[in-house]
Design a protein around this ligand. Structure first.
Ligand code: ZN
Ligand code: ZN
Ligand code: ZN
Length: 764
């Protein structure tokens, strides 16, 4: 006879963990109890030795699907002589916190019930159980109990109550448990709130979609806008009304078989699509065979695809019989709309019909977006299915709030060994997003029982999150404030998520980051750890004529490179993108650069991609971020195996190695004038950039002896560059750190800020 006290930490509450333990104990004929505490699940078991060993092993090996075990500890105790095994009352512990599960895609068992005519949940769109369904989006506070969720307004019927109370039922303590008798329900109305008629709601919605209508559909974390993805007229109308001329839209497909008809799917991508997280995955689009119209993702060879992740989606997809565009329910860059009245107000002119339900959404939650590179899933927008699950830190952290960057904002609350990186908040350019940011910070502070002692923020004085931090500074005393350089934060983020603390060579390539020296950074080589950094290399400075206007108009960047590197008198003949340029604008741009008015200097790698895209005649003006660079990447002829690359040189200036780009730009122009196709120029340019990264890292490694390289910044969303750079660095014997858990773009900045602030605040 043996007796053990076991403590399990991680996501172990609200995920069917206690009934799992209960069933397991009964199977192995063990006595004792299991209970929730504020921060863990505690178990006492007694019984015969081999059974106890197997019991612990099975907890470790096959926990419920939504559980995430971080740690199991156990100690021997004296047997108490229990008669059987029980689930006993929870014990709250002040100051403790628990992890909250993300929302999880509908499980197979629930999906089968929804499609079984004899089941009492037949065609019920809100079916869920302890293994699936909404969590984070309905929780107002912890402990995770129905009265503290948006399910509190629904009283369970006797049948649901029986399931909820039965430890052997799949719905034991499933807080969102519901059925057609007692739970939330759907309605279908037009933009004025008038109902659509008497037909079954999902069937009516499906036929409206087939007829070319645009529907606003309330989902888990907000509204999605849907239309038939094979109907170019419907897609164009959606784009017009949403003010989103060409940024790619995601599609939902009914099944994995269906996905394979439209896209190439690797084994890892298939697993990711079918995972409980069920993200949007960017897949190689079989443009030729696919019936999805080109307007969904103009000029792109990747398509953002997801599978149904709620019972409502499953029902709708089975009725509609065509791929659906499913994009965030917002106008251009506003946050996603979540409440019914908010949806009418903000989407009234976008959607023809509204498919609503009466379960409130507490937290806004976008669909996550992932890519698979090097056979590893990598998050590029982190929300549904992932947040608020924390990133494990390689150190014990102070209580920190890191406010993040302006674009693709996330914030991060760190405590102990957990970094709670928020779900994607959005571009912090308007009041709505700022409000979403502030509300979500309050929610995380409440859920994870933490009040920050240190606040970290970006150096850029115009970033709204920076202004938020500086505003806190005037209002509160006793808080420490730590400004963090943007690219240092990128590299620290990559190091932190990889659990690395010793110095690495950081390659931070992005569009824009505040340098602190009066220039805009973005093509940076750092020697960095979590405590500090040295800028040991960068790309050559060029002016951005017109500042922000040069980001919207890559041809201006091309002129900037030509003016600064090849001289103001360089002849512009034979360049397609400059030909139709208004001579007036050419004069203005020339004068701006001559007099250095509104022409900040930048070392940005993103701007170099823009300029080459414009020079090669691919894109001179953009209507979404990085469009010129993305379209240049799409054109690259990857089958072209030639090893040709453009020339560049490196010079030392003030102890910093500067990559000189004049020869590169001149050679690109030569190729354009010789009539080289853009596909060849693009391939050659990508190889050049990868070679530049490898050459610089080799040199810096020679100076410092460091053999670890961290790649971060939005430019590494360029999959071709990412592959070429990683392969090249591996060939040189480098260990390469890359992002998987948080985005390489500015969505990952907050994690790096938190890591740096922890050491900065501890040092002084
Ligand atoms: Zn389920
Ligand atoms: Zn019920
Ligand atoms: Zn950045």
């Amino acid at each position: 006879m043996k007796s053990l006290r076991i403590t399990v930490r991680g996501v172990v509450q609200g995920v069917g963990f206690r009934p799992f333990v209960y069933r397991l104990a009964h199977e192995h004929k063990l006595a004792g109890w299991v209970r929730n505490t504020s921060g863990s699940v505690e178990i006492e078991v007694e019984g015969e030795e081999p059974f106890i060993g197997r019991f612990v092993e099975e907890i470790r090996k096959s926990p419920p699907p939504m559980a995430k075990i971080e740690e199991i500890t156990s100690s021997s105790i004296l047997p108490a002589g229990y008669a059987g095994f029980k689930i006993i009352e929870s014990r709250p512990e002040p100051g403790e916190y628990q992890l909250v599960s993300p929302d999880i895609a509908t499980c197979d068992a629930c999906r089968q019930e929804v499609f079984s005519p004899e089941d009492r949940r037949h065609r019920y769109p809100f079916t869920n159980c302890t293994n699936c369904g909404p969590r984070f989006t309905i929780i107002e506070d912890i402990p995770y109990d129905r009265p503290l969720t948006t399910m509190k307004q629904f009283t369970m019927c006797p049948a649901c109550r029986r399931e909820y109370d039965d430890p052997l039922d799949r719905r034991f303590h499933a807080q969102p448990n519901a059925c057609p008798v007692c739970g939330p329900s759907l309605s279908l109305v037009d933009a004025d709130g008038a109902p659509a008629g008497d037909g079954e709601v999902v069937r009516s919605a499906a036929s409206l979609l087939r007829e070319g209508n645009i529907l606003a559909i309330k989902g888990l974390g907000g509204f999605l806008l849907a239309c038939d993805a094979t109907d170019s007229e419907a897609v164009e109308t959606l784009r017009e009304r949403k003010h989103r001329p060409s940024k790619p839209l995601a599609v939902m497909l009914a099944s994995i078989q269906e996905v394979k008809r439209h896209c190439l799917v690797s084994a890892v991508e298939e697993k990711l699509l079918l995972s409980p997280q069920s993200p949007i995955v960017l897949l190689k689009w079989r443009n030729e065979e696919s019936s999805i119209c080109a307007e969904v993702a103009p000029n792109l060879k990747y398509l953002g695809v997801m599978l149904p992740y709620t019972p409502l989606h499953h029902l709708l997809m089975s009725e509609v019989g065509c791929p659906l565009v499913m994009t965030s329910g917002n106008l251009s860059e506003e946050p996603i709309a979540k409440d019914n009245d908010e949806a009418f107000r903000r989407l009234g002119k976008v959607a023809d019909w509204f498919l609503l339900h009466n379960r409130d959404i507490y937290a806004k939650y976008d669909d996550s977006v992932c890519i698979v590179e090097e056979d590893v899933p990598r998050v590029v927008r982190r929300a549904r299915g992932y947040a608020p699950y924390p990133v494990a830190l390689p150190f014990e952290s102070r209580r920190i709030l890191a406010c993040g960057a302006e674009e693709k904002n996330t914030f991060c609350l760190a405590r102990n060994r957990h970094a709670f990186v928020s779900q994607h908040i959005g571009d912090m350019e308007n009041e709505e997003t700022l409000e979403h940011f502030e509300k979500t910070i309050d929610l995380y502070k409440r859920l994870f029982r933490t009040e920050p002692e240190v606040v970290a923020y970006d150096l850029h004085p115009e970033y709204l999150p920076t202004k938020y931090a500086l505003d806190l500074r005037t209002k509160s005393s006793g808080l420490r404030f730590v400004p963090v350089q943007h690219h240092h934060a990128h590299i620290a983020s990559c190091m932190a998520e990889n659990g690395v603390q010793q110095a690495a060579i950081g390659v931070a390539f992005d569009g824009t980051g505040y340098g602190g020296d009066g220039t805009i950074w973005g093509g940076e080589f750092l020697v960095a750890d979590l405590k500090g950094f040295r800028r040991v290399g960068r790309l050559e400075h060029v002016p951005m004529p017109g500042g922000a206007a040069a980001i919207k108009k890559p041809y201006r960047m091309a002129l900037g490179y030509i003016h600064a590197l090849l001289g103001p008198d360089f002849a512009l003949h034979g360049l397609p993108i400059l030909g139709p340029l208004d001579p007036g604008e050419l004069v203005v741009v020339g004068r701006q650069m001559e007099r250095r008015v509104n022409s900040p200097l930048t070392s940005s790698a993103g701007r170099l991609f823009d300029a080459v895209s414009a020079l090669a005649g691919v894109r001179g003006e953009v209507d979404y971020e990085a469009q010129a660079a993305i379209e240049l990447e799409m054109l690259a002829d990857e089958n072209e195996k030639a090893s040709a690359a453009y020339p560049f040189s490196v010079a030392e200036e003030d102890g910093c190695r500067v990559v000189k780009l004049g020869d590169l730009i001149a050679a690109v122009i030569d190729d354009v004038r010789r009539g080289e196709p853009a596909s060849a120029i693009s391939a050659k340019f990508h190889r050049t950039m990868a070679r530049m990264i490898v050459d610089m890292c080799r040199t810096i490694s020679g100076d410092t002896g460091i053999k670890v390289v961290a790649l971060s910044g939005g430019v590494f969303q360029n999959r071709l560059l990412f592959r070429l750079a990683v392969d090249g660095l591996h060939e040189e014997g480098f260990e390469v750190l890359t992002h998987r858990l948080v985005p390489c773009n500015d969505g990952g900045i907050s994690l790096g800020q938190a890591a740096i602030a922890n050491f900065e605040a501890s040092a002084t």
